[in-house]
Design a protein around this ligand. Structure first.
Ligand code: TUI
Length: 318
């Protein structure tokens, strides 16, 4: 179906479907399952120390023969060391998030690693393509976790018009309709995070998955705007405290202190009231936990019906 798709050709994968990085839960289990199912699995390095990341990469290599990647979170205190690990391990694809990866691109490109930064603005997309990015992931503010300020719908076509490498759409995509919409906007592929949280292979605590299942359209809020690090998370006890402190002018240190360890608390300990549940707005639509292979096949197999339905909605022949 995707024989001539630019992203599939660039990476040697069957379907142009990426799994979002996702610190703590984008593990070798999930990444290898996505790659084995024909998409691109990504190990979410988050704040991982370099030796932990190396082990995760080696596990992934043991579980899949297919291309996979590492998502490097540029605000990590270990960013230089984890970049060195992906170079040493010759990881085929690197995606980056939460910053500008420009300074690291030459070393990655030199060993043939494909570099695909997440961008949240057209200006950064332009700059990174000049610096050698092989493609970009344009991520709208519907996503969970760290976000920019533009929604997916306006971001994708503006990024597509501005650059001449493939654009992968992210943010608010969870089924074939979202995938078709991304292609309609000019994207060449999609990335999904929250949808893959609700997979059998995702190691997130059952309480975490349950919060995604129960979430409605307005269940998430954005914290950290005053710090300049906005993040979309499920509204809970933690966010109520956080937003109240933020509104009352709490210091950066006080706010950062609240966040320390909070993602692990939610993803691994299952404390979804005091922990940080980083999920996207599409949560409201997701109501089943499936094997990764089925998530991907349902996305792809549902496309013809979406195209047919579009013709119907338009109400005339095109
Ligand atoms: O990075 C993400 N999502 C994330 S990162 C994250 S951080 C974290 N927090 C606690 C524990 C562990 C990890 C959680 N979720 N998405 C990609 C993304 N990148 N979204 C937005 C951006 C972005 C924003 C600004 C990319 C570049 C950018 O440019 C700034 C610049 O320097 O020009």
């Amino acid at each position: 179906m995707f024989e001539n798709n630019a992203v599939c050709k660039l990476l040697g994968i069957k379907y142009p479907i990426f799994q979002g990085g996702m610190a703590w839960i984008g593990t070798a289990e999930l990444a290898s399952a996505v790659s084995n199912a024909g998409g691109l699995g990504l190990i979410g390095a988050g704040h991982m120390p370099p030796d932990v990341l190396r082990k995760e990469i080696q596990k992934c290599k043991g579980w899949t023969e297919k291309p996979f990647g590492v998502n490097i979170m540029l605000m990590s205190p270990f960013v230089k060391e984890v970049m060195q690990v992906v170079v040493d391990e010759r990881v085929p694809v690197v995606t980056t998030g939460a910053g500008n990866p420009g300074e690291y691109m030459p070393a990655l490109k030199e060993i043939g690693t494909k570099v695909i930064p997440v961008i949240a603005s057209v200006a950064l997309a332009r700059r990174l393509v000049k610096g050698g990015a092989d493609a970009v992931i344009a991520e709208g503010l519907e996503s969970g976790g760290h976000i920019g300020e533009i929604a997916t719908m306006p971001l994708i076509p503006q990024a597509v018009d501005a650059i001449d490498v493939p654009v992968i759409a992210a943010g608010g995509i969870g089924d074939s309709r979202g995938m078709a919409a991304a292609f309609a906007l000019g994207a060449s592929g999609v990335q999904m995070g929250t949808r893959f949280v609700l997979s059998e292979e995702c190691i997130a605590h059952p309480n975490y998955k349950n919060m995604v299942l129960k979430a409605k359209d307005r269940s998430t809020v954005v914290t950290g705007r005053t710090l300049g690090h906005p993040a979309r998370v499920l509204a809970n006890k933690l966010t109520r405290t956080y937003l109240e402190m933020e509104a009352n002018g709490a210091s950066t240190e006080e706010l950062e202190q609240l966040g320390v360890g909070s993602l692990h608390k939610a993803t691994h300990l299952g404390d979804v009231e005091n922990g940080s549940v980083m999920i996207g707005q599409i949560s409201g639509m997701l109501d089943d936990i499936k094997p990764v292979k089925q998530i991907i096949e349902d996305m792809v197999n549902g496309l013809p019906a979406v195209l047919e339905s579009m013709r119907g909605k338009m109400g005339g022949s095109l």
